[in-house]
Design a protein around this ligand. Structure first.
Ligand code: HEM
Length: 107
């Protein structure tokens, strides 16, 4: 079964909008990658200032291929166009890895 990679981004309240705009501006950044299955940006409702960038992949190898290649383009700049890299909206990040052991979808 698939593997799930979740990037946990710490985002101060005043930076949320900027973070979401940056993700919106990169729509399409992973969709065509081999083995890519799902992406969700999860905004916290309560209890934490961490956003989850949920991604699901056919295999670890597919994820590693994206990490070592197309990821760089997906994380370039902030839409301001060239020059210095803009300051990240997130103040920290941690990568979590899981394998899918069970799943269900509505019938
Ligand atoms: C699980 C795989 C991923 C990893 C390991 C990862 C890595 C990171 C890291 C370390 C940051 C925070 C530092 C920075 O802003 O440069 C970040 C932010 C970001 N990532 Fe990713 N990312 C992943 C998935 C994605 C995907 C699939 C997209 C595109 C759809 C994406 C787009 C962005 C954007 C727009 C930011 C916001 C930059 C900011 O903080 O302003 N990331 N990612």
């Amino acid at each position: 079964m698939s593997i799930v990679k979740i990037n946990v981004l710490t985002v101060p309240a005043e930076q949320r909008e900027l973070l979401e705009q940056r993700f919106a501006a990169r729509a399409g950044a992973v969709e065509n990658s081999d083995g890519f299955e799902w992406f969700e940006l999860l905004r916290p409702l309560e209890g934490t200032d961490e956003y989850l960038v949920y991604t699901r992949w056919r295999s670890e190898d597919d994820f590693q291929a994206w990490m070592n290649g197309p990821r760089k383009a997906a994380h370039e700049g902030g839409g301001e166009g060239g020059g210095e890299r803009p300051k990240p909206a997130a103040t920290g990040s941690t990568l979590w890895s899981f394998e899918v052991v069970q799943q269900a979808a509505p019938k």
